[in-house]
Design a protein around this ligand. Structure first.
Ligand code: SF4
Length: 429
């Protein structure tokens, strides 16, 4: 393994040497829209990023549009190795967490046009999970070595802060070892509006009840033009950022996401990342990771409409990888970048590990949101570890704070009965 990684690093070093010497003659693949960018500028921007400099939005856009994917990926990988370096023995780790999605309700009044998960109040398959079902899911999580609940749901018109606080209190009393990574910023904003109560008060109450960290869901693209098209009733960019700002003031941590490949432009993706980077600087590091993933249009109310400007086509693997690499170059104050097998599939996720990502994301025991949109990539813990190893890395379980977690000696994921078990399942009402 060490030999393989050394060889890979030598190959990367050789790639950068070539990049540095020959950018002027480098065959640039024009992106969309086709542009010609001065190779000298591309070299200067590349060197700035490699040295840890903060790219401007214009510089990032030039790199995004001007460099072909292998060059962009090499640059991003070098930054990744600087920010998350190899161990003393030369091994490069790729982390993942074992958790499960818990969606307490699918009832939502926000009607996002890209969402295939939610149901309106009164729909036949609308649900609120009972405590009994929730406890069964947590028992299952623990029996498989999981440590975290990714707890997110619809914007229910009647469930208020007290309901969630009671749920968290019950969960923490029964399962004090389980980390609750829950309540994305738009859910907090929804509660704030529903109860006419300040965001900070809600966060204080939920934190006291057991909320450990906040997932970055619902960010989509933090640009109002885009949000007005795809999710006009959802939290605005400012509201999303304000929740994370207030959470940071309470000492909390969270993640940031970006859902792209719909109506946004390249420049709006960079603008989204700028807002994440700025808040990260302002808060001194509220975000542990950035998680880009592509729009999954199937079964969504307006999926086809949103894709019209793209000629009806979903984002390709290349577009995903370019954006992942760009995120690593641009967001150098965010420690970790996740490659997403849940939305991109195992193989694309694996390639992302050499193009800027250092984390395989969460091995979700249950996922209901993107699977509702027709995106299912069933896998198992052994498969995740196999893909990480085959890519030349050492798999490392972690917690939400990116601290290493020991793999249980008698991990029930590893037995024959579970190796073939799909971990992406449909919602249980
Ligand atoms: S994405 Fe979230 S807020 Fe939007 S409709 Fe779906 S459940 Fe509701």
């Amino acid at each position: 393994m060490r030999t393989a990684i050394s060889a890979r690093r030598r190959s990367l070093a050789a790639g950068f040497a070539l990049l540095g010497k020959a950018l002027a003659a480098y065959p640039l693949l024009p992106m969309t829209p086709a542009v010609t960018i001065d190779p000298t500028q591309l070299r200067d921007h590349s060197q700035k990023a490699l040295a840890g400099g903060q790219l401007t939005a214009a510089e990032a856009l030039q790199l995004y549009r001007g460099l072909d994917q292998p060059s962009l990926g090499l640059l991003a990988n070098d930054v990744r190795l600087r920010l998350n370096p190899a161990d003393a023995d030369g091994k490069v780790r790729v982390t993942y967490i074992v958790d499960r999605n818990l969606n307490p309700t699918n009832v939502c009044i926000t009607d996002c046009g890209f969402c295939a998960f939610y149901r309106s109040p009164g729909d036949a398959d609308a649900y609120i999970l009972s405590r009994e079902v929730i406890y069964q899911k947590v028992d299952d999580l623990l029996s498989k070595g999981g440590i975290q609940l990714l707890l997110q749901g619809g914007h229910h018109p009647r469930l208020k802060t007290d309901w969630y606080a009671e749920l968290f209190t019950d969960l923490k009393q029964r399962y004090p070892q389980v980390w609750i990574h829950g309540m994305s910023p738009p859910e907090i904003t929804h509660l704030s509006k529903l109860e006419k109560r300040p965001v900070r008060d809600i966060l204080v109450a939920l934190k006291a009840a057991g909320l450990d960290s906040i997932p970055g869901g619902g960010a989509e693209i933090l640009v109002e033009r885009v949000r007005k098209v795809i999710a006009p009733k959802k939290a605005t960019s400012e509201e999303w950022l304000e929740v994370m700002r207030q959470w940071a003031r309470l000492g909390g941590k969270g993640t940031a996401t970006m859902m792209f490949g719909h109506v946004e432009s390249d420049a709006e993706r960079i603008e989204h990342m700028t807002r994440i980077r700025d808040l990260q600087a302002e808060t001194g590091g509220v975000f542990t990771a950035f998680i880009p993933w592509t729009f999954q249009p199937d079964n969504t109310p307006k999926g086809k409409v949103f894709l019209v400007e793209r000629g009806g086509a979903k984002a390709t693997v290349a577009e995903y990888l370019r954006t992942l690499s760009m995120a690593r170059l641009y967001l150098q104050n965010v420690p970790h970048i996740q490659s997403s097998f849940v939305t991109q599939g195992m193989k694309t996720c694996q390639v992302g590990l050499s193009m800027g990502a250092d984390d395989f994301g969460s091995a979700m025991l249950e996922e209901n949101v993107v699977s509702s949109a027709g995106c299912t990539h069933p896998t198992s813990i052994p498969e995740i570890e196999r893909h990480i190893k085959d890519a030349g890395f050492v798999p490392q379980r972690r917690n939400m704070m990116y601290q290493p977690v020991e793999t249980p000696a008698t991990d029930r994921f590893g037995n024959a009965a579970n190796q073939k078990k799909a971990i992406v399942s449909k919602v249980e009402a």
